[in-house]
Design a protein around this ligand. Sequence first.
Ligand code: PMV
Length: 317
Amino acid sequence: MQTVPHEGYGETWAKIILFGEHSVVYGHPALALPLHSLRMRARVRPVVGDSTLEGLGYHGSLKDSGGAFASVRRAIEVALDYAGAPGVSVAVETSSDFPPERGLGSSAASAGAVIRAILNAMDVSADGQRLFELTQQAERIAHGRPSGLDAVATAARGPIHFHSGRMRLVRMRLDAPIVVADSGVHGSTREAVSGVRVRYEHDHEGIGRILVGLGELARAAVRDVRVGDAHALGNKMNRAQVLLARLGVSDSRLDALTRAARQAGALGAKLTGGGLGGCVIAVAGSLADAARIRVALREAGAVRTWVHAPETTEVSV
Ligand code: PMV
């Protein structure tokens, strides 16, 4: 059985959606921020025999990896096809600084890293658009009909404004830290997205209005990020959280965490990503405020927090 000629490496990172989760699926704009210090790394090595996967909570033969790893299998398949080596065997190893199924983009990040590692091992190059398309093929297995926001944001150099499949980098002047807190509950983006779809089919007008409102907040927040207006940004986050709760994608834990962050002085807080579990984000006025908010979030039940300062993401476990 054939294998790759030599080792390959690829990496991507986590992302948070500042505004526009769910509404982006319906063509409204969104604003997302890559977290460059929370990395997803993939290594690909030549192997004799069957392909293997190590990482993402699995160790063993790729063909026995089951439904939960279907999107990684697809990522490997599309990358090998693109490299002109369909079906060759690879040993894939991943390691991640952030947990899966928490709205931080783990599925797109792992697909993107694996694809880059395979192309690197095959000495094949691909431009950003091609890498995006390959990642989206794996994301379709993970999410059904993904907007593409995760595939873009987990490989972006900076904050991105995403609209109808097109993205543009946004210059960010915001020097306010953003606290990210993991509720500890697995979120299922696929379930959350299909729940919104069902509600939209039953109540086109009501749900449609919420989606438009979320899109308007995303559009207006681009200005806040550009000029560094953390108060205005926080205010919009609070309004987005109200709309996301009305959309049915928040839950009592996420509501409690956002409340705790505000009570501890956050300028605004909301869930991020698919919801129904996963993470919340809160914008703080200063690093000292961020430290207080972090403690309050831990006391309110968050299992892990990170502080994204303009250049760094510091972790506390
Ligand atoms: O939960 P995450 O990180 O995969 O984010 C999903 C974002 C959604 O808008 C809910 C879905 C999508 O395809 O954009």
